[in-house]
Design a protein around this ligand. Structure first.
Ligand code: OTU
Length: 619
């Protein structure tokens, strides 16, 4: 870089620093002001950030400038996400490049690739045990491959989202090795306890993420002669964010990846990063301050970058991940709407939508430029715990026990083919595994009608994700109706972690069939693609258009209005519903057009077939 370029970059940096400094300094002082040497530490951090900013390429700086000028770029109704593991989708990073045309055909503009950084040797929780933030998992490619992929994606108008696993690193990460070798600096990166006194006290109020396969939240590590905090698997060591060195390291690791072209960071396990005795050690105020400081750091060095919260917590705890709303309390740009996702599945199982409506009704309005990630499936289980408060307020927890049982594969009356995940508590409520098509009855369909209904359910759930408001994220394979992975490899993996049931490799036969309407894959794909394209033309479906629930006396109906002129009607039952639009409080004089069916509708009586949906537009 020439001196002039450096000067220009530094001027930009100083301008952005004048916007971010007060918040950044304030938050970091709250978190770390009491630690010895705070002032020089902060000065050094700014120097490191300035250097990272200088290293940002011209192409990425241009993207930053474009996004600063259009901060709502990710809220447009044409935004669509797609999520997959690298190996499952394309073999490796180069293989993913060769699938870009497919993503474009589907309308994808945001690609979340599950962890691709070098993972722990042996079990690695699908890559969520990160051994290096600066190396790619060797079997998936190299850093050069990542840069080539991000450049191709950028040219195709697709942003890349990468996981940034905040809460922990692998037990073979260099920090863990250094700690084990007796390095006090790195030992302080982790929560180490000489005996069980504190761990036992914490356990009183902690939750269990994997109660069956990884019970407890602490692991005795011989080399450290200590109990180490391990919220997830024993080989994932929780990082100690009370240590400013941890914040500085993670912030820089994020920015180095941003400089390789990553656009969005999925902040994995964000709720867990701050521990406080007597609490469940989730969603602590300090966790939010860390995220706000991370955001400020991103805005300083790579302002085009977005942060996405992976906070699988009940509704009331979720909204704070967007921050407080004013410019100084901003946190994440995106957050998974996990309770809406789980409530959609509850609605299918119960054929009633009151829990889903309760979830939607309790979502506070988001700050400007904050958007949900709406989705129906992901690589994890469908976690029922997020619905506990809604179920308790609407008939009790036994509803969730029944829902979980519906998807467990043991209920003879259910059409769902799934398995239950980690549930061994008395009420059986934890999670359910399975690919969408399997959970929705594809393999248990015994007649053409049942098969059609299973297909409709798949479109119904996608229809909600596409119209609810936010950035819809498809899970690889769902667009083609892929089912549970029952390969030998997957079965073996499921013995350790049942979530491998929903992580099959892309079915190349189905992929080839996608344009053939005589195949199941073709039928499913074409219709979903039509829905995606239609959505792109409906301005009322931009992420920031308001949503109004339309209460109805029919328990299986979900009805909501978006923006000024769009109404979604969704029938979550195997019976047809008769609906009078004026009974939903809609203007009796209005004329409506069914955009999905491309037909006009009568306001006085409309038949909504079993598991079907209408996308009505006022004309
Ligand atoms: C996340 O998940 C990831 O999505 C999981 O794949 C990882 O195993 C985990 O972090 C550890 O890195 O609550 O907020 O199935 O929903 O573990 C973190 C349970 C999480 C997941 C849960 C989750």
């Amino acid at each position: 870089m020439s001196t002039t370029q450096t000067d220009n970059a530094d001027r930009q940096f100083d301008r952005r620093l004048s916007e971010q400094n007060s918040l950044l300094q304030h938050r970091l002082r709250q978190l770390y002001g009491h630690t010895p040497g705070f002032e020089p530490w902060y000065a050094q951090l700014l120097d490191q950030l300035r250097q990272l900013h200088r290293e940002r390429s011209a192409a990425l700086q241009a993207l930053d400038a474009a996004r600063e000028a259009d901060p709502g770029w990710f809220q447009h109704q044409t935004m669509l996400g797609y999520c997959s593991y690298v190996d499952r989708f394309g073999g490796d990073l180069q293989g993913v490049r060769s699938r870009i045309d497919y993503l474009r055909e589907l309308g994808v503009r945001y690609l979340h690739l599950l962890p691709f950084l070098r993972a722990r040797a042996g079990d690695s929780d699908g890559g969520f045990a990160v051994a290096s933030f600066d190396e790619i998992e060797p079997r998936l490619g190299s850093m050069e491959d990542l840069e080539a992929l991000t450049a191709d994606l950028r040219a195709a108008g697709i942003s890349l989202c990468s996981d940034l696993v905040l809460n922990h690193v692998a037990d073979d990460h260099p920090w863990a090795h250094a700690a084990a070798a007796g390095d006090a600096h790195h030992r302080a990166f982790f929560h180490c306890f000489a005996d069980r006194t504190e761990p036992d006290a914490y356990e009183q109020t902690l939750v269990q993420i994997f109660p069956r396969t990884a019970p407890g939240n602490f692991t005795y590590v011989e080399a450290l002669n200590a109990w180490v905090w391990t919220t997830f698997f024993p080989y994932q060591w929780d990082l100690n964010y009370a240590n400013p060195a941890v914040f500085a390291e993670i912030a820089q690791a994020m920015l180095r990846l941003a400089n390789r072209g990553v656009d969005v960071f999925r902040l994995d396990s964000a709720p867990y990063i701050w521990k406080r005795p007597g609490t469940d050690c989730r969603n602590q105020p300090e966790a939010h301050w860390v995220l706000q400081a991370l955001r400020a750091v991103a805005k300083l060095v790579a302002p085009g970058v977005l942060l996405k919260a992976e906070a699988i917590v009940p509704t009331p705890e979720l909204a704070p991940y967007f921050g407080t709303g004013d410019a100084h309390g901003r946190e994440c740009d995106l957050a998974y709407h996990s309770s809406a996702m789980a409530a959609c599945w509850a609605a299918v199982a119960e054929q009633r939508t009151d829990l889903l409506q309760s979830v939607i009704a309790s979502m506070p309005p988001l700050p400007a430029r904050g958007s949900w990630i709406t989705y129906i499936r992901c690589h994890d289980d469908i976690g029922w715990n997020v619905l506990r408060p809604d179920a308790e307020a609407n008939g009790g927890l036994q509803r969730l026990s029944k829902v979980a049982r519906f998807y467990s594969g043991v209920d003879a009356d259910s059409f769902a083919e799934g398995t239950s995940f980690q549930a061994d508590d008395a009420d059986g409520i934890h999670g359910s595994n399975g690919m969408s098509a399997s959970l929705l009855g594809r393999n248990r369909a015994r007649s053409t009608l049942e098969r059609e209904q299973a297909e409709r359910r798949l479109h119904l759930l996608h229809g909600v994700a596409l119209t609810l408001g936010g950035l819809p994220l498809l899970y690889m394979g769902d667009e083609l109706g892929m089912t549970n992975d029952d390969s030998d490899d997957s079965r073996a993996a499921q013995k350790i972690d049942g979530r491998w049931l929903q992580r099959p490799p892309l079915d190349l036969t189905r992929l080839q069939q996608r344009h053939d309407p005589d195949t199941e894959a073709g039928r499913l794909y074409q219709r979903l693609r039509n829905m995606i394209q239609l959505r792109g033309h409906l301005a009322s479906l931009s992420a920031d258009a308001p949503l109004t629930l339309l209460p109805s006396a029919q328990p299986a109906l979900l009805a909501y209005q978006r923006g000024g002129d769009f109404v979604m009607l969704a029938n979550f039952s195997s019976e047809a519903l008769q609906i009078d639009l004026s009974s939903l409080g809609l203007d009796a004089g209005a004329t409506w057009h069914d955009r999905l069916a491309n037909a006009s509708v009568s306001t006085t009586s409309l038949t909504l077939d079993a598991w079907s949906q209408r996308w009505l537009q006022r004309i």
